[in-house]
Design a protein around this ligand. Sequence first.
Ligand code: SAM
Length: 309
Amino acid sequence: MGKASRDKRDIYYRKAKEEGWRARSAFKLLQIDEEFNIFQGVKRVVDLCAAPGSWSQVLSRQLYLPAKYSAESKEEDLPLIVAIDLQPMAPIEGVIQVQGDITNARTAEVVIRHFDGCKADLVVCDGAPDVTGLHDMDEFVQSQLILAGLTIVTHILKEGGKFIAKIFRGKDTSLLYCQLKLFFPTVTFAKPKSSRNSSIEAFAVCENYSPPEGFNPRDLHLLLEKVGSPSGGSDLDCSSGWLEGPNKVYIPFLACGDLSGYDSDRSYPLPKEADGSSYRSLDPIQPPIAPPYKRAIELKKASAQSFNS
Ligand code: SAM
């Protein structure tokens, strides 16, 4: 699919380039904020699985830059934004980058050190594994990223703080909901308008972090196991019985973003240039600097060259 064709079929891809976002995902975070006001009062944020960086750009534009250019702000008042990914990412003003695996305890320790004893107001996680197309497998790997995110949350999020995490809707969604509810009294699964209907992705918006009394982060997995076995919807063993019979849990699910706004599943005609000439597609704002497929491209080029010589 050419760039212009994609511009036509994916309005958020086109808008992202026009507005200077590195990825169309920026709109998902902005639309979640429109609905849930997640940035209000936020001074410290962790962006998990941040590359290529459009969510970090949103955090920088919404939190860091306004503070930096406000006449009253002092250096020590500037928001702290820490972004982590397996992949390196081009710099973003006001964002500290950590390259690492969020499922590795050492990465969590590095993040915690940046906070220097202080707690975060918000943790966001847009992590996604390389999707295989096998839904059960993809959902399982995705849930491991959410659990890694939750582990970091239990070390670093202040009481009352918020956690936003990408989820894949599947047969274990209710279990995940119950597990998140252990820590957050309000959990809503949200589908921003910029997320395609055909995609199983949604976002857990978890508000008002309130760990159980006496909770020790080292016991996280024991506690989560008590909620249920991740073996499937029909044989969930939930100690609270929330998921069964008349107590079956209904997950609050909300579409967010201006409903009269752009629909990510529709094609839109391409605009004409101001002088009437035909539309020219813009280049992406920031191509990935070391994508995992880089080596494959190099090998393909090398083999094409040796074939031609
Ligand atoms: N929020 C990003 C943005 O707006 O630009 C897009 C994130 S992208 C959908 C998913 C990211 O998750 C990828 O960059 C990938 O490298 C990262 N990721 C996947 N597994 C990870 C892990 N275990 N630790 C850190 N990052 C991971």
